[in-house]
Design a protein around this ligand. Sequence first.
Ligand SMILES: NCC(=O)CCC(=O)O
Ligand SMILES: [Mg+2]
Length: 343
Amino acid sequence: MSNNRPGPEIADSFDLGLVHRPRRNRKSEWARRLVRENVLTTNDLIWPMFVAAGDNLRTPVASMPGVDRQSVDQIVRSAVEAAELGIPAIALFPYTDNALKDAEGSEALNPDNLVCQAARAIKKEVPDVGVIIDAALDPYTSHGHDGVIADGRILNDETVARLVRQSVIQAEAGADVIAPSDMMDGRVGAIRDGLDAAGFQDVQIMSYAAKYASAFYGPFRDAVGSGALLVGDKRTYQMDPANGDEALREVALDVEEGADMIMVKPGMPYLDVLHRVKKEFGMPTFAYQVSGEYAMIEGAARNGWLDGDKAMLESLLAFKRAGADGVLTYFAPRVARKLRGAG
Ligand SMILES: NCC(=O)CCC(=O)O
Ligand SMILES: [Mg+2]
């Protein structure tokens, strides 16, 4: 219903008497650059890669558009690309044939398994790229869990014993960093002792210290072929998403046990945890932008629902702002190419 009566007088402009006008510092690109608090650089990136059996093979991971499983020769090519792009380190994850999986994850202790083959090949071709390998049984177990099981329980100490052997085998193959991702108690200290005893004092430990029982790992489990096998869930060892203080206690233990670097995982839903961990411990601290986070951004971008490049860069910058020293991200090669173009 229209109303022709004049309304109250509204001035065209007010004198607000403002002293502070925060917009001044945003008035142009040079000004914004000048006051920018955080930057994302290629030095912040760790590139996770999936190794599969075969030769000259790249198989797309359906739930991670743009990400392939790669045979060892292709992994080496990607490692060369990482070196060319200036990406400091890569992280290797195996896609293990179901026929090689058993309840104990024995293939993890095979010095000739896929990640060990890949590490040796990469170190021969591009020794200056850091190679990170998980200590964890889940890509190798027939039940998809990160530990050995008895009476339906994941056994802590028995699992740790295997992780120590796995770590030494991976170090022998050339891993520069062992990344325990299993969330068993006491594994960082045991792995440190095991590495030292085997002469690997310089092999670092990047601990998945605060790893949550998250729904965002779904596509990763497709990528390593453990998703369909997983029986139950991982809530007796991975953390409850409701908890923040507990993350600080977990990190404190891993630092005490000798972790060189700390990780919070997943990333974006846990920026508060990341921030608290960095603030409390001042350790080299990393975020894992996990497969589900990647899939959300990339899936939406491919549907035209958001600007993929911008969302990618914003999500990664958010990790820096929250306190991360670096990020494990499936976007690593793409963002490195983009940063190189911008530089
Ligand atoms: N231990 C490595 C992972 O579990 C990665 C999870 C993901 O990218 O979803
Ligand atoms: Mg722990």
